[in-house]
Write a protein that binds this ligand. Structure first.
Ligand code: ATP
Ligand code: MG
Ligand code: MG
Ligand code: MG
Length: 564
């Protein structure tokens, strides 16, 4: 690649809407451009990084027995109605109609489509296990698309689905994917932790998230230095004296007089049921009063939190709650705020929320629920904080922010039952497939890699993800000899299988150096007057800043050493 011909529009200033480093640098380094909120175009260098990650993901999926397919992006409503998710998915789903008024959605995920494929095409235990995957665009109309590739509305996901005969088979498939995911993120050069996670409404019991540790992460994880315990705080269990929810202005009090079930609450709020990640239930008279904590983590931004007053919502004992049972109140807010279950100030809080200065920010009133709900449901509510004892070994827990780059689920029979997907076992009996699903945020991983690898000058790509290994810079394109040397080295690199970029622009050296740092090529080679005199080239490593003069005949060998 010659920079003079490359579409690589670098910028010196940060785009105003870019709040996090990865978003700023992806735009400034000319890797992507915004088309609409949460929707991006990948430019040539961005595309190369994307292809690198996809190649790693494919290799690891194939290594563990995955077979690649391509499922449709446009999916018929009927399948989602069959599984029951058409109603519960809420506003995150992009819905559309064709010219005959038939309903469709843009796939936010593909459990329905793949289960219907397998129910039609796989019928014997002899064909199992089967692991099918794709790498494709996903569409989610996120409430707050932001942070560039971290939370897009169109984004790229690798999703794999496993179909097994029984739970033992599922556990084997799950183990394979656990290993494959570990390999993927190691090969991407990322520091990550695998944490226990909450399965929410997707169903199933066992699930893990792969979290890249970075300040910009929207998730909070706790982990133990002594043993292997690590969990998303949503999952970490503790006694119910405190839960984390959101800041005052983010809490909505929702008026839903006729709502009786969680599904209806979710429908009323226009969110997926799984977003109502935590639910507190209190008995009051003959009603259940629910405190719904909406898992809207994108609002839980540290920057927002720091300058907003944090409200302590004090929840009552059941008898105190009776006083608000008349309107049966539901509090709905995002994760991030502490609620202490202690005294009886909740009514005052509700009043201040409704009559306070920001009253237009709130919708008000209550939620009452069927009694069939167990009061015990609130026992796993409190989110664990750092410094608390590890549930496995009792030493002190640490906490960190994480970017969820992947998640694996044991689904069990949730979708095979609702979509009636069966195979015939050895004895000729019909059984439901036992399923797992496994997602990697391929485009989010690009952002995560930058969040972990940058400095004030730009991106510092791990060698496996870099858009190219080396940039070759002739200091002056007006000096024939420099141009000749640089061209020769460029050709030698390409012949040796090194991904090289030649910055042949007629620009000042300073401009080319700045762009090289901004784009983040792992290796920079400079050809100048002095290096030519010395029969050498200057090789600088982006990662360490180490710079050395290398005899020009040894340059390719040296570069190859760094790349391999
Ligand atoms: P989040 O909690 O961040 O909203 P999720 O749990 O809803 O993510 P999954 O349904 O588990 O996401 O999807 C699998 C993977 O897809 C996630 O682990 C994440 O890496 C990626 N992903 C999900 N939503 C987005 C998005 N809006 N933009 C980019 N990547 C996403
Ligand atoms: Mg989500
Ligand atoms: Mg998640
Ligand atoms: Mg997830």
């Amino acid at each position: 690649m010659r920079v003079s011909k490359l579409l690589m529009p670098t910028l010196r200033e940060n785009p105003s809407e870019a709040e996090v480093i990865s978003h700023q640098l992806l735009v400034r380094a000319g890797l992507m451009r915004k088309a609409a909120s949460g929707i991006y175009t990948y430019l040539p260098l961005g595309m190369r990084v994307l292809e690198k990650i996809k190649a790693i993901v494919k290799e690891e999926m194939d290594r563990f027995g995955g077979q690649e397919v391509m499922l449709p992006i446009i999916q018929p409503a009927e399948l989602w109605q069959e599984s029951g998710r058409w109603e519960v998915y809420g506003q995150e789903m992009f819905r559309l109609k064709d010219r005959h008024e038939r309903e469709f959605c843009l796939g936010p995920t593909h459990e329905e489509i793949i289960t219907s494929l397998v129910r039609n095409e796989v019928n014997s235990y002899k064909q199992l296990p089967i692991l099918l995957y794709q790498i494709q665009n996903k569409y989610r109309d996120e409430k707050r698309p932001r942070f560039g590739l971290m939370r897009g509305r169109e984004f790229i996901m690798k999703d794999l689905y496993s179909f097994d005969q029984d739970q033992t088979g599922l556990e084997e498939s799950y183990e394979k994917m656990y290993k494959a995911y570990t390999n993927v993120f190691l090969r991407c050069g990322l520091q990550f932790r695998v944490v226990e996670a909450d399965s929410g409404a997707i169903g199933g019991s066992t699930t893990h998230e792969f979290m890249v540790l970075a300040e910009a992460g929207e998730a909070q994880v706790v982990y133990c230095q002594k043993c292997d315990y690590a969990a998303n705080v949503e999952k970490a269990e503790a006694v119910p004296d405190k839960i984390v929810v959101g800041t005052e202005s983010e809490i909505q009090l929702v008026h839903t007089p006729n709502v009786r079930t969680i599904e209806e609450v979710a429908g009323h709020l226009g969110v997926a049921k799984k977003q109502l990640i935590k639910t507190l239930f209190y008995k009051a008279d003959d009603q259940m009063v629910a405190v719904l904590v909406r898992g809207d983590r994108e609002v839980n931004d540290i920057k927002v939190q720091n300058h907003l007053r944090c409200v302590q919502l004090e929840l009552a004992q059941p008898e105190d709650v009776e006083r608000m049972a008349g309107c049966s109140v539901g509090f709905v807010g995002p994760v991030g705020l502490e609620i202490k279950i202690l005294a009886d100030q909740e009514v005052a809080f509700i009043k201040s929320a409704v009559t306070g200065a920001n009253k237009n920010d709130y919708h008000y009133t209550g939620v009452s629920l069927n009694r069939d709900f167990k009061v015990d449901d609130f026992t796993d509510l409190r989110m664990v904080q750092s410094g608390e004892p590890c549930p496995q070994c009792d030493s002190s827990l640490e906490s960190a922010r994480g970017i969820e780059v992947g998640q694996i689920f044991q689904l069990g029979e949730k979708y095979s039952q609702s979509l009636n997907a069966k195979y015939t076992d050895e004895n000729g009996d019909e059984k439901f497939f036992v399923m797992g699903c496994y997602g990697i945020g391929v485009s989010r991983t690009i952002a995560a890699a930058i969040e972990q690898n940058y400095d004030q000058n730009g991106i510092i790509w791990p060698i496996t993800l870099a858009p190219a290994h080396v940039v070759i810079i002739p200091v002056s394109t007006k000096e024939d000899e420099q141009v000749k040397e640089a061209e020769a080295l460029y050709r030698q690199c390409l012949e040796a299988g090194i991904e090289a970029v030649l910055d042949d622009r007629n620009e000042r050296a300073g401009v080319k150096f700045k762009d090289a740092d901004l784009v983040g090529y792992p290796i920079r080679v400079t050809v100048g007057k002095k290096t030519i005199q010395d029969n050498s080239v200057d090789i600088k490593l982006r990662h360490s800043g180490a710079e050395e003069a290398v005899n020009k005949n040894l340059a390719v060998t040296k570069i190859t050493e760094v790349v391999r």
